[in-house]
Design a protein around this ligand. Structure first.
Ligand code: GYE
Length: 321
């Protein structure tokens, strides 16, 4: 154990030295490449696949990186274990898309003590900001608010029953989207009948929607799903119940991945708020800056749009994901 710790301390000092001196960033492997450990959430959605692809393309050998990739199957303990293993391997930098906001303090302190900078991608944490270098992501609260404003504008004046499919419990994406949405519908005649997690997956979106339909049947007027995939899963449940999605039940989702945009173009979804998953290049650039000792902002927010059915028909052929 002592030996391992000794090795760790040396690796830490080496990375620290590299952070301080090397203009081209770390090179712990001695192969001219920057070794980056990326702790991805898992592979729950179309958004996630596009994000993983974007990260893998940006952290390529041609771009000067050696990527150590881990997907944690959306299990927070597994993700923390992956980060710990990156620290033990003595990578040059660690990128994390945190599954949940809480529970990060200890392992982030360990990375800091080892001199390995941490860059957050996509979601945020509740950990103290001095435990990570920066965060590249999206304004989830604003996304929720945009969805809520659309609901309020279209249905806020007449009694309307709404159900919510929430994303992963405890994730910043789900927490902030709920906050933004609830603020936007406050004081309107929208009645939230029920709100449950569908874990950002199609399968759970379908199961939870089946439950909602059994319980509330035709009383449901609007569905807000925290991502496209859960909305897509819900389509099956709605059709199986003999109802027409997009008409009997209006649907608003977040992400705007290809299958979601297709459902919007087909009239089965009614509105989608965009969440851009193509973050790889920006994250890679920032990792290089951090390792070169350059000052970076504490956060980089990538802007999002929002789409109607007409927009989807026009944009579908040229969507990059
Ligand atoms: O909306 C969802 C994914 O954190 C923004 O995670 C991300 C969310 C995205 O599973 O589809």
């Amino acid at each position: 154990m002592k030996k391992i710790l000794g090795g760790l301390a040396v690796a830490g000092m080496m990375s620290l030295a590299l952070v301080g001196c090397s203009a081209s960033g770390g090179d712990s492997g001695g192969d001219g490449l920057i070794t980056v450990g990326f702790a991805q959430t898992g592979s729950e959605s179309g958004w996630r696949s596009a994000n993983t692809e974007s990260m893998k393309a940006a952290f390529s050998e041609e771009n000067g990186f050696k990527l150590v990739f881990n997907a944690a199957d959306n299990k927070p303990e597994a993700q923390i274990a992956a980060v710990r293993s990156f620290i033990n391997q003595g990578v040059d930098a660690i990128v994390i898309a945190p599954i949940v906001v809480d529970g990060w303090d200890d392992v982030l302190k360990e990375a800091k003590d080892a001199g390995i900078p941490v860059i957050l991608e996509d979601r945020t944490t509740s950990a103290s900001p001095d435990l990570y270098a920066t965060w590249v992501g999206l304004d989830f609260q604003k996304e929720g608010q945009t969805a809520g404003e659309w609901v309020a504008e279209n249905f806020g004046d007449t009694p309307t029953n709404l159900v919510v499919l929430e994303g992963t419990t405890g994730s910043s994406a789900a927490l902030d989207r709920a906050t933004g949405f609830n603020k936007a519908i406050e004081g309107t005649s929208i009645n939230v009948l029920d709100s449950q997690t569908g874990n950002f997956t199609r399968a759970d979106g379908k199961t939870v929607m089946e439950g909602f339909l059994q319980k509330y049947g035709k009383d449901i007027n609007v569905l807000f799903a925290h991502n496209d995939d859960m909305g897509l899963g819900a389509l099956d449940a709605i059709k199986a119940a003999g109802l027409v999605p997009g008409q009997d039940i209006k649907i608003v989702t977040i992400d705007a991945v290809h299958d979601g945009m297709q459902a919007l173009a087909d009239g089965e979804f009614n509105y989608i708020v965009e969440c851009n998953p193509i973050l790889g290049e920006q994250v890679a650039e920032i990792v290089k800056k951090v390792l070169a000792g350059e000052t970076v902002e504490k956060s980089y927010i990538v802007p999002d749009g929002a789409f109607t059915q007409e927009d989807a028909i026009k944009l579908l052929p040229t969507r990059p994901y």
